[in-house]
Design a protein around this ligand. Structure first.
Ligand code: HAM
Length: 423
């Protein structure tokens, strides 16, 4: 039979070792979120396609080009979630969480799917740590959300690895004039725009600003800036946010060209960009306000904001920064034994594991010599050999694999004696 030895394009196996680092990132992120008052939400991997069409926006690259959409056996159009915000908002509306006391703060680790061209840091299946805060209009909430992302990274030891880019893309009121200015600008260059952007020109010219085609990018580089069209209220909100960030000692860089790739954003938008040389320029976290999304999805008018941090990209940035992260775990003790003694070793290993210790025994029927080799390879801190004479004496010697430490322990109370020595 032919072997199937390749994972689908754009997917990534996380092998033992790497998985420990990834788990550390995820646990740290969720723990930081808890300190900020966020509770975990789990939503389905697939949703009705319409949720993303309405939520993320019909003119976005995500909806137009990147969704994994299919008809299920009941003929319903289903989409694997390309991001976590729309599902979280849908769930909060559906379960009445937005009718309870606000703010409603939820966090998640979600696997997402986007049919993108795979490249470094870009996959078709990836994970996001996300935090969404429903309810507040205050700029203090924007500052708190950014502070959460910053805290996640400083907890992980990645404080110096990135910069925070910040912009305000205004509200629908100030967006009207800006959209008109963009339309006029791009219309004059319409013949050079890509087919997708030509379609966006009338409907949603802001989406041209994050087109990935090099020609559209070049044209967009000279386009009018939102900052020149922002209304007084949005400007005041943005200034307040900046003052709050300064007050919290969170450095940021203003980037008037930052618009984000999803339609739901209003006012504040931000991105965390790596400045480590191996991942230079990689955007690994992005978010902002989306004050109109809940209403757009049929919920009560509820301002909201949040961010998504890509787990794989965050891992890449932390690695590039040389941040120590855990790898494959190794046993604390390897107990080598054969024959009848192996039965004792298995009982001792079970006792050790029940008391929270990492213990290994041979499962391969190896000779004692080969077991010692395996103990070495496993990276065990200690080893013990149980042979005929140890069985008879009812005790054995525990030896450190590195250095000279060694001591005797009774076989009958091995786990307790080992624990006492380790304390
Ligand atoms: P996004 O910028 O599309 O925003 O994605 C957030 C993060 O997910 C990115 O910064 C990146 O780290 C990761 N990501 C996105 N696409 C890929 C990919 N193809 N491969 C690997 N990683 C990827 C959102 O998704 C919004 N829902 C964020 C948000 C939450 N805004 C408000 N609340």
């Amino acid at each position: 039979m032919e072997l199937i030895t390749q994972a689908p394009r754009g997917t990534k196996d996380v092998l033992p070792g790497e998985s420990a680092a990834i788990r550390r990132i995820e646990l740290n992120a969720m723990a930081a979120a808890e300190r900020f008052g966020y509770n975990e939400i789990r939503t389905p991997v697939f949703e009705h396609t319409e949720l993303f069409e309405r939520g993320v926006g019909n003119d976005t690259d995500v909806v137009q080009k990147e969704m994994y959409t299919f008809l299920d056996k009941g003929g319903r159009s289903i989409t694997l979630r390309p991001e976590g915000t729309a599902g979280a908002a849908r769930a909060c509306i559906e379960h009445g969480l937005l009718a309870e006391s606000l703010p409603c703060k939820v966090s998640y680790i979600s696997t997402c799917y986007r049919y993108e061209k795979p490249q470094a840091g870009r996959y078709r299946e990836f994970s996001q740590f996300g935090a969404e805060c429903f309810g507040p209009t205050e700029a203090a909430a924007d500052a708190e959300v950014i502070a959460l992302a910053v805290t996640v990274l400083s907890d992980l030891g990645g404080a110096g690895a990135y910069s925070v880019q910040l912009n305000s893309i205004g509200c629908p009121t100030c967006r009207k004039n800006y959209t008109a200015a963009l339309r006029a600008y791009f219309a004059a260059k319409a013949e050079t725009l890509c087919g997708t952007c030509l379609g966006r020109l009338e409907r949603n010219p802001m989406r041209i600003l994050d087109c990935k085609s090099p020609i559209c990018k070049e044209i967009a580089a000279g386009s009018p800036l939102i900052t020149d069209y922002i209304c007084e209220d949005c400007k005041a909100h943005f200034e307040k946010l900046q003052a709050l960030l300064q007050n919290m000692n969170i450095p940021y860089v203003l980037n008037p060209r930052l618009v984000r790739g999803l339609d739901y954003y209003t006012r504040t938008v931000f991105e965390f960009v790596s400045h480590e040389s191996a991942t230079e320029g990689l955007v690994f976290c992005g978010g902002g306000r989306y004050d109109g999304l809940v209403e757009e999805l049929g919920g009560p008018p509820t301002p909201a904001l949040g961010f998504g941090m890509g787990i794989e990209r965050t891992y890449a940035v932390l690695q590039a920064a040389g941040t120590p992260l855990p790898g494959k775990s190794s046993p604390e003790i390897y107990i080598a034994a054969r024959g009848e003694a192996a039965t004792q070793a298995a009982r001792i290993a079970a006792d050790l594991r029940r008391s929270g210790r990492r213990a290994e025994v041979d499962l391969m029927g190896r000779s004692l010599k080969a077991q010692m080799k395996a103990a070495n390879k496993s990276g065990a801190a200690f080893c013990a050999v149980i042979g005929e004479s140890e069985l008879t004496a009812g005790k054995c010697t525990v030896k450190a694999m590195q250095g000279d430490e060694s001591y005797e322990v009774p076989l009958a109370s091995f786990a307790a004696s080992f624990a006492a020595k380790q304390a």
